[in-house]
Design a protein around this ligand. Sequence first.
Ligand code: E4P
Length: 219
Amino acid sequence: MKFFIDTANLEEIQEANDLGVLDGVTTNPSLCAKVGVRDFEGHIKKICDIVEGDVSAEVVSTTYNEMIEEGMKIAKIADNVVVKIPLIKDGIRAIKTFSDQGIKTNCTLCFSSTQALIAAKAGATYISPFIGRLDDISTDGMQLIEDIVDIYENYCFPTEVLAASIRHPMHVVACAKAGADVGTMPLNVIMGMLNHPLTDSGLTKFLADWDALQASFKS
Ligand code: E4P
């Protein structure tokens, strides 16, 4: 399972990358607004320089021609950039065009299996189903991940299931059990996966016992 960080914050990306387990980055217009990105292409380039893996940068246009023009500019930013496109009619057309040209795409804002099936047929590199936002409206986000994984396996679609809108570490565990190819998550979720109180108390005891042993040799 690949781990992507879901942020446009350069410090957070660097911190996750330093951990050595980061496989890529996803951004969106809201995440760019959160950190006050002014120079979008320059900012995405900085992210692509920090991380070796795929970096999703989202178009903000909604018509086919505009998405192609905007996506082409994004695709030229770096070798590891992925054009992120919303799951709307013109977006599917744009994904098909980019796919035919060998340009990687991440089809975002997926909330149903039917949408995921169409995105795969268009040749999306990644499909991004939003778990947390479905959970927020009393729908089972994890069921959607399981259904898409099953459907893609039935037909050997190469589109990777990128579980998005992950809110907590147990979402990651459920995604891993369901066979999601990628999970994109905020830094606090990545770091939260590390934590266990028994690890902390166990380490404290090991170190105290070691110190006591060393002290016994000196007395
Ligand atoms: C990822 O590609 C999405 O933009 C992101 O995971 C959305 O997460 P949110 O629902 O927490 O905003």
